[in-house]
Design a protein around this ligand. Structure first.
Ligand SMILES: [Zn+2]
Length: 163
């Protein structure tokens, strides 16, 4: 999650908060990877250590080549594609099919998109929906239950006994 733009006028630095840990990071020139972060296509930002292990399935070499041929009219370029190593070809294929830039995670690698991790804000939305309450209704309910006494409310929350 982006929190603010950088202060230095000639630098394109921005601050991001990891959607999983809540830690803040400076990102220069949109280089998420260099800052230790990944960003998924849904805009979730998270530390590399939270990447979900996922193995990308590639089509056959011939299928990747025919996909690449579709995007160029140049015979010379088609020839060049055929000289690429397997890993270069995969990289090129990703650039064309997903606009892959090397520093973005796929949705299959995102802890939030895969529901490996659920943000507190989403948990709250879920609980409210399940309870059929709006946020405001819940606030009114809690205030009444604890008579506007925050320590009592906190004590109840932190008490491990279920009731
Ligand atoms: Zn995501």
């Amino acid at each position: 999650m982006k929190i603010r733009a950088g202060f230095v006028s000639n630098s394109s630095s921005s601050s991001y908060v990891c959607d999983v840990s809540g830690e803040a990071f400076e990102v220069h020139d949109d280089c998420f990877w260099d800052a230790g972060l990944c960003q998924c296509p849904m805009g979730h930002v998270f530390q590399k250590k939270f990447l979900v292990k996922w193995e990308r399935k590639y089509p056959s070499r011939d299928e990747m080549l025919s996909k690449l041929d579709e995007v160029t009219d140049s015979k010379r370029e088609c020839m060049e594609f055929r000289r690429l190593t397997d890993s270069q070809l995969k990289q090129k294929y990703l650039e064309i099919t997903e606009g892959y830039q090397g520093n973005n995670a796929n949705v299959n690698e995102c802890p939030i998109c895969t529901m490996t991790f659920i943000k507190d804000s989403d948990l709250i939305k879920y609980m409210l929906k399940k309870q059929g309450l709006t946020r405001e209704e819940l606030v009114v309910q809690i205030r009444a239950e604890f008579d506007n006494n925050f320590p009592a409310f906190l004590g109840w929350i932190e008490c491990t006994k279920k009731n």
